[in-house]
Design a binder for this molecule. Structure first.
Ligand SMILES: Cc1cc2nc3c(=O)[nH]c(=O)nc-3n(C[C@H](O)[C@H](O)[C@H](O)COP(=O)(O)OP(=O)(O)OC[C@H]3O[C@@H](n4cnc5c(N)ncnc54)[C@H](O)[C@@H]3O)c2cc1C
Length: 312
């Protein structure tokens, strides 16, 4: 039996259903780009996700956990292993806190906070994706990031270990967390809120969405949000990557069907049939432009998942 067949058989035995084969990753990504994954499985409970990770680890079969695919560039060759899509969804209120399963969408968390009369999460308005993906990249906007409101996270490791991690241990920085350095898979989080006025929260959310509408490509544009992180100046202040790109002459640039958005230069958009190679080449060209103009090296915010990567 080949390893793929072995893994499918182990899933059937231990979880009761087998991963699908040759699933196009373009359908799992807001970029609409990516070849087939050898195996693909949606985990809907913590038990399923833990078992799926443990089974892949026991077989030494490459695997990778994704959320909503809003910050990922899948490879044209797809993925030689198992893609685990996190569908653990649910929010429970505990006083001024929300206990949130990691596959819950950020819009859903925001709705639950509003319904419970809790404030503090309004900055998440308009950011697509799951809580797990947001913790991984410390997602945020307008001066706030999810790490600022996270009290703790329950993590799971391919070794089978499960651990509660307080915020201090998660190494949050600008669009960064310890999870990027092999720090485990988020199962759930506790988010801190404060008692608020729903009308005020709604007004703040509307304001945030309006600002985003004015500055970002229209909703539904095939992209993965900001392609590069904002850069750090010598004084430690953040310089918007979009501004650097604009001034360096990025506007109008494209490679194949991958193009710089004409609304915001830090968004690379898929105009129809862009390949990952087109996006990567355009990204390199843009980095060169900014380096030649300002001596600043931009760093990608979007994660390129290579076909042979693994969380093992
Ligand atoms: C239109 C648009 C606007 C955006 N605006 C913003 C913005 O304002 N601010 C911002 O910060 N981002 C923004 N983004 C990027 C994106 O929404 C965030 O990065 C989001 O947090 C990604 O979540 P996801 O579930 O889609 O993660 P995915 O794209 O699925 O995964 C991203 C990374 O997180 C890891 N990951 C996912 N789930 C887990 C888990 N449970 N445990 C451990 N690791 C995990 C994956 O392995 C992968 O490396 C935008 C994207 C789009 C398309």
């Amino acid at each position: 039996m080949d390893r793929k067949t072995l893994v499918r058989a182990a899933f059937l035995e231990k979880i009761g259903s087998a991963p699908s084969e040759n699933v196009p990753l373009s359908a799992m990504s807001s970029f609409g780009i990516g070849g087939p994954a050898d195996l693909f499985f949606e985990a809907r409970t913590e038990d399923e996700l833990e078992k799926a990770v443990s089974l892949a680890a026991a077989e030494k079969y490459p695997f990778y956990v994704i959320g909503g695919g809003n910050n990922l560039l899948f490879d044209d060759a797809g993925y030689r292993g198992l893609i685990l899509r996190n569908r653990l969804e649910g929010v429970v209120r505990e006083g001024h806190r929300l206990r949130v399963l990691s596959g819950t969408g950020l819009p859903c968390v925001l709705r639950e906070a509003l319904a419970a009369g809790l404030s503090g999460l309004e900055f998440l308005a308009g950011i697509p994706g799951t809580v797990g993906g947001a913790v991984y990249g410390n997602a945020g906007a307008y001066g706030w990031s999810i790490g600022d409101v996270l009290e703790s996270a329950d993590l799971f490791f391919p070794s089978g270990e499960r651990r509660a991690a307080p915020r201090e241990s998660l190494g949050f920085g600008y669009r960064d967390s310890a999870l990027k350095r092999g720090g485990g898979i988020v199962l759930s989080t506790v988010l801190m809120c404060s008692p608020g006025d729903s009308r005020e929260s709604e007004a703040r959310i509307r304001d945030t969405l309006e600002k985003r509408r004015a500055k970002h490509p229209p909703l539904g544009t095939a992209c993965a949000g900001s392609y590069f992180k904002n850069s750090c100046s010598a004084s430690g202040a953040r310089i918007a990557a979009g501004k650097l790109l604009e001034e360096a002459g990025a506007r109008g640039r494209s490679v194949g069907d991958a193009a710089v958005s004409d609304v915001h230069c830090n968004f690379i958009v898929n105009m129809g049939n862009a390949r990952a190679q087109d996006v990567l080449r355009l990204g390199e060209e843009l980095k060169d432009l900014v380096f030649r103009a300002f001596g600043i090296r931009l760093e990608e915010e979007v994660v390129h998942l290579r076909a042979d990567a693994s969380m093992l």
